[in-house]
Design a protein around this ligand. Structure first.
Ligand SMILES: *[C@@H]1O[C@H](CO)[C@@H](O)[C@H](O)[C@H]1NC(C)=O
Length: 269
């Protein structure tokens, strides 16, 4: 087995793979051990702590929280990569007395759009995945996840029926704009100023246990069990915004959703 071969190899170079930005769950995605240090945490500090205890997987969350384990708990899965934006405090130079500027980022900040030139050249296929940046230590309820194996850990999504490999397009639908503040798809939601794609939103929603998903305003992803009855189907031309992570894909419009649905495996023939 591959694993055995690796185990017998000389321990010279410790492999470290960045798996991406993963969702946290209330009961913790990684339950083996934890180390909290909001001043000195770095990816290396967490790696040393976790591998020292014999764990294969480690993740840093909310800047200073390191968690270890050998498997991910149910409900932890790839999030949009731009959800992990908090700098590692141990990598950040201490502020000097001559600096009066506030920190550029707070936990609740929406990440600034990336340089368009960079966005154009980045890989499209791994939307929920990896541009390793070892100075980033997760985000609110998000883990910058690393491990010793080159392969990402097994993910156990929230329950959903078995679905076919590709979703079906349901058309362009209105977002609800009533005073109740309801959304057409009220389940989980995600946002990515640089990485939103149809496949990424679809995977994110399915992992959250939702079969219907909609993309809005180029960068927003909404999940639901079904479309709200008050949403109406509108002309295709009203969904005209390119996806932030794939210029050739359509991601809704202003108060307009490009809606897709995962089709049950049994319905596909
Ligand atoms: C649809 O709109 C009506 C009228 O505003 C409202 O009473 C009803 O609760 C809405 N239905 C849903 C499912 O949001």
């Amino acid at each position: 087995m591959q694993r055995l071969t690796l185990a017998l190899a000389p321990a010279a170079a410790l492999a470290q793979t960045y798996y991406g930005c993963y969702t946290e769950i209330p009961a913790r995605a990684l339950t083996g051990s934890s180390l909290i240090d909001y001043e000195g945490m770095t990816i290396a500090v967490c790696e040393t702590h976790c591998t020292g205890l014999g764990f294969d997987i480690w993740g840093v969350e909310y800047g200073g929280e390191c968690y270890c384990g050998n498997a991910l708990a149910q409900g932890s899965f790839p999030a949009f990569s731009t959800d992990c934006t908090m700098p590692c405090p141990g990598d950040t130079p201490p502020t000097t007395t001559t600096t009066t500027e506030p920190p550029t980022e707070t936990p609740t900040d929406i990440p600034a759009p990336a340089d368009p030139a960079r966005a154009k050249t980045k890989r499209r296929t791994t939307l929920l995945n990896p541009r390793a940046d070892t100075t980033i230590c997760g985000g609110p309820n998000r883990l910058s996840l690393y491990g010793t194996s080159p392969d990402p850990p097994t993910v156990t999504p929230y329950p959903h029926p078995a679905v076919g490999p590709t979703p079906s397009y349901l058309g362009c639908w209105t977002e609800l704009t009533d005073a109740l503040g309801l959304r057409t798809l009220p389940g989980a939601s995600g946002f990515s100023p640089t990485d939103m794609t149809v496949a990424g939103c679809g995977s994110y929603c399915l992992n959250n246990g939702f079969e219907v998903f909609g993309l809005e305003y180029g960068a927003e992803c909404y999940c639901g069990a079904e479309l709200n009855v008050n949403s109406t189907s509108v002309a295709e031309a009203e969904c005209g915004m390119a996806c932030s992570g794939a210029a050739e894909e359509v991601c809704g419009g202003s108060n307009r959703l490009s809606v897709w649905e995962w089709v049950a495996e049994t319905e596909e023939k």
